[in-house]
Every structure is written in structure tokens, then in C-alpha cells.
Design a protein around this ligand. Structure first.
Ligand SMILES: Cc1ncc(COP(=O)(O)O)c(C=O)c1O
Length: 316
């Protein structure tokens, strides 16, 4: 497949051993630093947006509309691509307009995004608002590229296929093989892309998605249908069994932290100097730590944790 990419992501992202945590937890732990993809403070969304914005530019769109919560990492990075490429960027955000924008929202303002706030956490309502806004902009003569939550279209999600190739390259260069890859599943695009990468590159490891949004049956359905669509483009087949979701670490809900996530944030910061966030990677790490504590992974296994970014939220 020849997919155009803007290549603003700094790739391959490093893979490092978590030396101190490995020693203290009695588990060989490694981390893939997708928080270091670079552009607009980095994170998993640059792999998707390198492809999506290339597509928008190719097809001569002039306006971006994206949906998310006030602290959306995705919307922060969309705003950066929009300003970088001269595309007007509208963000439809769930959450009250704060007197003083902080964290991701502050950064989106710095990039010059036009922000529309709606005091709701109902995703369908927000998507509806974004469709309405797109229609209004269309009537004004704008060519609107509408980005769904998390940029999780088949094209955007396919940005994660190559991450598996990077992991395989690292394995062969360092004579190691990872048994399990832990990732966070929000809108599901990252995991869907990784699963297609796993099949395409015949990577034998298991990909465990710690859901931060939907319950297991729904999240599995979303990721399976997305992975199937991407797989069709790449002429491979997905087995539903390859989609492994654990929904035990969501806590009270999407965008709300848990004591376990906060403890994981402190542990990674104090032991390894690595910053996670409260809504995504903190919960993913909490899941990983629980698997180790409960011996749901064998102590002989090599475990890789994908740090998908998000730590700007710490300045919320
Ligand atoms: C930091 C971070 N990690 C993980 C995810 C989840 O990625 P996906 O929505 O592709 O499942 C997101 C999504 O917004 C994110 O911002």
C-alpha cells in the first residue's frame, strides 16, 4: 500500500528497558515511547494525523472539524496540523468553557483553533454538533474535512501498522522477543491498526488493550469492525480472537481518573522519570501493574508497554 504521510512524527520511537521497575517488580518490562513522536508535544495521534491531513491536503480541503473533550490530546494535535498547513481548524469540545484554558485546551488556543464548547459528555450529541457545524461551514463555501473522535478512520488507524514493524526491527536488532504488548484503547483506532500490523508482519505477540472508554463487548466490536476495514485495504484477514480487551480499569468513566491510575503515574515518574496521564496511559499502566501483581502474566515474559502520550493533561 502506498499511503501518503506528512512524516511529522519522529519515527521510529525509542524502545527502552524500564530497568528499575523491572528489578523491583520481578518482570522484564520495556516501554515504547510514542509520547515522543514529537510534533505538537507528541503522542499517538501524530501517526494517524500524518496520514489524515495528507489526505485532506491532497483532496484540497481547507477546513478541519474535530471532536473531543476539553482535554483532548487529539484536538490539540489537530490544531497544530491545521495551523502548520494553513487549514482553518474548528474543535467541537465536550465540556464547559473554562475561564482559564489549561493543558491541552491552552495549547489548542495557542495554535489558533476556533473552539466550540458544549457542556456534555454524550459523544453522539457532540458528533451531531460537529456534523451541524460542518454543514454551516459548507454553506459558507468551506471544504470541510470532518475528523471523527480520535481520528479513528481506517486510514488514520492504519498509521499504527508500522509501529509493529518498528517493534519487530527492535527485536531482531536486540535479540529479544516481546510476549505481550499493552496498549490503551479509547476510540480503538490505535489497537485496530496494531492488530492489522501484527497480522501483516506476522508478529506473534499478544496485544492487550486496556479500555478507558467502552465496556469490553462494545470495545471489541468497535475494534474488530475497524480492524476488518483496514485489513481489507491490506488484503489480510483478522481473527476476532486477536482482539483482547480488558475493561477493568476504566473506573468511574472516560475522562475520569482512578486512584490506581494516579498511583501508576507516581510510580513511573518516581522510578523511571517518565510522565503518564490520568485518563489514558495512567490507566493503561495501572492495568499492566495489576496483571503483574495478580500473576496474569508470567514472570518469564517480556512485556512491552506502549506509552501513547497524553501527559499535557497533567497541566489541566
Ligand atoms: C494519550 C492517549 N493514549 C491512548 C489513546 C487511545 O487511542 P485510540 O483512541 O486510538 O484508542 C488516546 C486517544 O485519544 C490518547 O490521547
Amino acid at each position: 500500500m502506498n499511503v501518503k504521510s506528512l512524516k511529522l512524527s519522529q519515527l521510529p520511537t525509542p524502545i527502552n528497558k524500564l530497568e528499575i521497575l523491572s528489578e523491583e517488580l520481578g518482570q522484564n518490562l520495556w516501554i515504547k515511547r510514542d509520547d515522543l513522536t514529537g510534533f505538537a508535544f507528541g503522542g499517538n495521534k501524530t501517526r494517524k494525523l500524518d496520514l489524515l491531513i495528507a489526505d485532506a491536503l491532497d483532496r484540497k480541503y481547507d477546513t478541519l472539524v474535530a471532536v473531543g473533550a476539553n482535554q483532548s490530546n487529539f484536538c490539540r494535535i489537530v490544531a497544530a496540523y491545521g495551523s502548520r498547513y494553513g487549514l482553518a481548524t474548528h474543535l467541537v469540545l465536550g465540556g464547559m468553557k473554562p475561564d482559564n484554558p489549561t493543558g491541552n485546551l491552552r495549547v489548542a488556543h495557542i495554535y489558533g483553533a476556533i473552539v466550540h464548547h458544549y457542556d456534555t459528555s454524550d459523544w453522539e450529541r457532540l458528533e451531531e454538533k460537529s456534523r451541524q457545524l460542518s454543514k454551516e461551514l459548507f454553506k459558507q463555501g468551506k471544504k470541510v474535512y470532518l475528523l471523527p473522535i480520535g481520528g479513528s478512520t481506517p486510514l488514520g488507524s492504519s498509521g499504527y501498522i508500522e509501529a509493529i514493524k518498528e517493534i519487530k526491527d527492535f527485536e531482531s536488532e536486540n535479540n529479544i522477543s516481546f510476549d505481550k504488548l499493552f496498549v490503551v484503547a479509547g476510540s480503538g483506532g490505535m489497537q485496530a491498526g496494531l492488530i492489522v500490523g501484527k497480522v501483516l508482519y506476522k508478529w506473534p505477540g499478544a496485544i492487550i488493550g486496556i479500555s478507558v472508554s467502552w465496556a469490553k463487548p462494545e470495545q471489541e466490536k468497535i475494534i474488530y469492525s475497524l480492524a476488518k476495514e483496514i485489513a481489507k485495504i491490506y488484503h489480510v484477514e483478522i481473527d476476532r480472537k486477536q482482539i483482547i480487551i480488558d475493561d477493568n480499569y476504566i473506573g468511574p468513566g472516560y475522562g475520569q481518573s482512578t486512584p490506581e491510575a494516579e498511583a501508576a503515574i507516581k510510580l513511573f515518574a518516581q522510578k523511571e522519570g517518565i510522565m503518564l496521564d490520568s485518563y489514558y496511559t495512567g490507566k493503561g499502566a495501572a492495568g499492566l501493574l495489576d496483571y503483574i501483581e495478580q500473576s496474569k502474566v508470567s514472570s518469564q515474559e517480556n512485556i512491552l508497554f506502549l506509552h501513547s502520550g497524553g501527559n499535557i493533561q497533567l497541566f489541566e
